[in-house]
Design a protein. Sequence first.
Length: 294
Amino acid sequence: MLVLQSHSTAVLFPGQGSQTKDMRALVAAVRPDLLEAAIELVGEDPFARVDESTRFAQPAILCASLASWTRLRDHIDPVALAGHSLGEFSALAAAGAISDQDALRLVVIRGDHMAASGEASGGGTMLALLGSSPSQAEALAARHRVSIANDNAPGQVVLSGSPDALDAARKDATTAGLRALPLGVAGAFHSPQMQGAVEPFRLALTEVVFETPQIPVISCATAKPFVDPAVELAQALISPVRWRDTMTALDTLGVEAYIDVGPGRVLSKLVPRCIRDASAATADSLLEDVSAPV
C-alpha cells in the first residue's frame, strides 16, 4: 500500500453546506451502487435538489464523501477520523462501525425527520459570525433568542434559529463590527427546532448494529471517541457542534496532518484556524500527487 502520509494523520468528513457541482459525477464514477441506493431511498435523484432541503443534501453529501474515501482509503493509514455533524455518519462508515448502506439509510431518515421537525417549528436557517468572541456570540444568541449551533474555530461561531430572529442578529452583529454571513442551509440545525426529530431518529438508530470502529472516531458533540452511537447521534441533533474542541482532541492524540475527504474544502480551511501550523490537505489534492508522473 502506498501511504500518502508518513506521520500521524486524521481524516475529516464534512457536513451540510459542503456540496459541490461535481460531486454527483464522482459518485456515479466511483460508487454507482450508492447513487442507485440514494435514488431508491429518497424516491428521486437527491443531487438534483441538494440546495432545496436537508432531505436531499444529507444523502448526496454522504455519498460524495464515501466515494472520495473509497478512492483514498488504500493510500492512507489514519490514526483517527472525525465528521462535522452529518459527516459523523461518513466517518463511522469509513471506520467500519456501520456499513455504507446503513449509513445512507440512516441519513435519509435523519434528513426526513429534521426537515419535518424544522417545518413544524416554523422554519429556520443559520448565520455565521466571523470575528466574534464566545461571549459576544452568546450575548447575541441570548438577545435574539437563537441558538449557538457550531463552534467551528476561533472567531467562527454559527447561530441557528428563525429567519427573522437571525436577520435581527445579523444587523446587531454588523453594528458591533462583526461579519455576519447567512449560510445556504435549509434548516435551523442543532437548535430546539430539531427536537421533534430526536425520538423518531433514536428509534431508527436502535435498528442498526454498530460495530467497534476499526479506527477511532471522535464525536463532534462530545469531542471524545464515540461510546454509544445510537444514543449520541440522536442527541447530537439538538446539541452544538464542538468542532474547535474536536480538533483539539485530535491534536492531543498526536495528529500532525489532516485530510478533508470532501466534497469541498470547508474543513481543510478550518484546520489551521483551530490548530496553529497544522498541515491540511484535501483528498483530491493528495490523489493528484499520487497520479502525477514521476
